[in-house]
Design a protein around this ligand. Structure first.
Ligand code: ADP
Ligand code: ZN
Length: 628
């Protein structure tokens, strides 16, 4: 009886239907055509070569870099009644010899082999006696230098295939999305007119949402409050954030545990188990957490920081909802995340001597594109799912109806800074004139109006004059309405004057967040310039030229110069003073006091007392110069 692919699927693997993409790849291979399958991990790639292996004459060679995976698959195949064997470096000589004899006897339909083995004459000799119908290359992106998983031994696969009596059909599989890597796979593996199928990236039960906020902790607490009792993961970019967030959640009575590379093995194991067995419902972790954990009832994955690529994001977010139940993937981001990511990217591998400068530049350009795509995801107003699927090269409808952007007609915009400007302006006008004025005048001062009355009252000399110059009158009025609604401002009935309430200080001095709800298609106004913390807290705000990545870059340069000078004086390498990451955090936090300086990550007591003053002075000087 001749079998067909459906019979094989059912008889050996117990599945009734193929998943999307599997059939196309299997058909291509069975018809003798090379193939490239791009599917996410768990998408069902192995079926694409295991089914043909059972239908084609001769043997199928599976080239795989992961020894543990090889073992598992061979065990599973054997359990399904399929003859399979693996050859890798973990075997004893006896085991290896046995395997070779079995191959020689033609006992196996599938032979799993590590790429390093391909160079062995012995192995090649063995295969000369076998008809190899199909060579399946798993984790095919390992052939590309673009990726992090480059394995030189992969480059020797084509040479090996040439040495076989006749070239088998070659099928390559990967979960990697980028076009460069796919091109490399086709070219370097020497695939001939391959059938390319990209599929299986969609996870319909996952709800995606993106929120821009600087006040992450309150935002996170709100999200967790809505998801009480559900199990979920909060991913943070740094160990320090993990510690901070986890401590805060515990302080709020949320049963959270944590995971990062700085913990002992024992602690990690314990915490992972607490989460796995639902003794703790929330896991706060760096990206070190997740590999190899298989918890199916994760109801949400919240990112506290923006990851550096959509690949990383989707992999981490994808740990939600493995059980097929509805689950949420929510990303909290801020401009600071983007700045940090860009900075780290530009300064990563700076002193890496293993890579040639060309290779470094190449990798960095690639990383830059990945980061841009991640930022694009944060900022898109279109369907988030469509954005992801499009990035992974999969066809998708323009709207999914199950993501924040598709569902929400309204969205929240953080206007804390603008609110502070408004409140500060009301206060300053009152201080100047000795009485409160109406909304219209406040709006005009904020927008830098050249009105005669403003001149007469000398309100154009106020530090808040013109702070919201770039914002429409209507929008400034919206801010004021919002502040009234929140009880920070009140319109006094008799004279229609706008007054501060006792609560205004919460926003003005303590930065309590204020949000504005905008219709989905409305764009927020261009952002007014950012001010330092000191401006917000103590000093009257003064307008300054637009702050941008460029001026922030200038501060970084200034800080690096200080570091350079100190290093010269002390005759030590730069990193001994402070790492680039520390300088970046310093540029971000802009400390003005020793206490604030100690808050910068990577600054301890000793270094603070030794170097603090020099850096604080540099920041002060920078801000003077930029009129802050
Ligand atoms: P990958 O190699 O892409 O990471 P696997 O091939 O290991 O993924 O498949 C992941 C899971 O999906 C396995 O448990 C497998 O049994 C299952 N699977 C694969 N194909 C099908 C199918 N057509 N129907 C149902 N389950 C499938
Ligand atoms: Zn959508």
């Amino acid at each position: 009886m001749t079998m067909d692919k459906h019979t094989v699927l059912r008889r050996y693997f117990g599945h009734d239907t193929f998943r999307p993409g599997q059939e196309a790849l299997i058909d291509a291979v069975l018809s003798g055509r090379d193939a490239l399958g791009v599917m996410p991990t768990g998408g069902g790639k192995s079926m694409c070569y295991q089914v043909p292996a059972l239908l084609l004459p001769g043997v199928t060679l599976v080239i795989s870099p992961l020894i543990s995976l090889m073992k598992d698959q061979v065990a599973a195949l054997r359990a399904s009644g399929v003859g399979a064997v693996f050859l890798n470096s973990s075997m004893t000589t006896d085991e290896f010899f046995d395997a070779c004899r079995g191959i020689d006897l033609g006992l196996y339909k599938l032979i799993y082999v590590a790429p390093e083995r391909l160079g062995s004459e012995r192995f090649l000799g063995l295969l000369r006696t076998q008809a190899v119908s199909l060579a399946a290359v798993d984790e095919a992106h390992c052939i590309s230098q673009w990726g992090q998983d480059f394995r030189p031994s992969y480059l020797r696969i084509p040479e090996f295939l040439e040495k076989l009596p006749s070239r088998p059909v070659v099928a390559a599989f990967t979960a990697t999305a980028t076009a460069e890597v796919r091109r490399d796979i086709v070219e370097l593996l020497g695939l001939r007119d391959p059938a390319v199928t990209v599929t299986g990236f969609d996870r319909p039960n996952l709800f995606f949402d993106v929120t821009k906020t600087k006040e992450k902790l309150p935002a996170l607490l709100d999200l967790l409050a809505e998801r009480q009792g559900k199990s979920g993961i909060v991913y943070c970019a740094t160990r320090a954030n993990v510690e901070k967030v986890c401590a805060e959640l515990n302080a709020q009575g949320i049963p959270a545990t944590r995971y990062h590379a700085g913990l002992t093995d024992e602690e990690r194991r314990q915490n992972q188990e607490d989460f796995q067995f639902d003794r703790k419902t929330v896991m706060v972790a760096t990206n070190a957490f997740g590999m190899g954990i298989d918890k199916s009832n994760v109801g949400f994955v919240i990112h506290y920081n923006m990851p550096k690529s959509l690949e990383a994001y989707y992999q981490e977010a994808g740990r939600a909802g493995r059980d097929g139940e509805a689950a949420d993937c929510i990303l909290l981001w801020s401009d600071g995340d983007i700045q940090t990511a860009r900075f780290l990217l530009e300064h990563s591998g700076e002193d890496n001597e293993e890579m040639t400068p060309e290779k470094q530049a190449m990798v960095r350009a690639q990383d830059r594109r990945r980061l841009d795509a991640m930022v694009g995801y944060c900022k898109t107003t279109g369907c988030l799912r469509a954005h992801i699927l499009d990035y992974f090269g999969q066809e998708a409808p323009a709207r999914c109806g199950n993501c924040g952007n598709c569902l929400m007609q309204y969205r929240q915009v953080d206007i804390t800074r603008e609110a502070q400007m408004v409140l500060s302006c009301v206060k300053r006008v009152r201080d100047k004139l000795g009485y409160y004025v109406g909304t219209a005048l406040i709006v005009r001062v904020l927008r830098g109006s050249r009105d005669k009355r403003i001149k007469e009252l000398e309100l154009d000399g106020l530090s808040t004059y013109g702070l919201l110059r770039t914002v429409s009158r209507e929008r400034v009025r919206q801010y004021i309405e919002r502040l009234e609604a929140e009880g920070y401002l009140v319109t006094e009935a008799e004279h229609s004057t706008l007054r501060l309430t006792a609560r205004a200080g919460e926003v003005l001095f303590r930065g309590r967040p204020v949000t504005l709800t905008l219709r989905a298609e409305e764009q927020p106004e261009p952002q007014p310039e950012r001010r330092s913390r000191r401006d917000r807290a103590e000093r009257p705000p003064r307008s300054r030229p637009a702050a941008s990545a460029q001026t922030d870059g200038e501060l970084m340069t200034a800080l690096k110069f200080v570091r350079y000078q100190i290093a010269q004086e002390e005759g030590v390498p730069l990193y001994i003073i402070f790492s680039n990451a520390t300088l970046a955090d310093m540029a971000e936090k802009r400390p003005h006091t020793m206490d604030e300086f100690l808050e910068v990550s990577g600054v301890g007591q000793a270094k603070a007392s030794r170097y603090g003053k020099a850096f604080l002075d540099a920041i002060e000087e920078y801000e003077e110069f930029h009129g802050e």
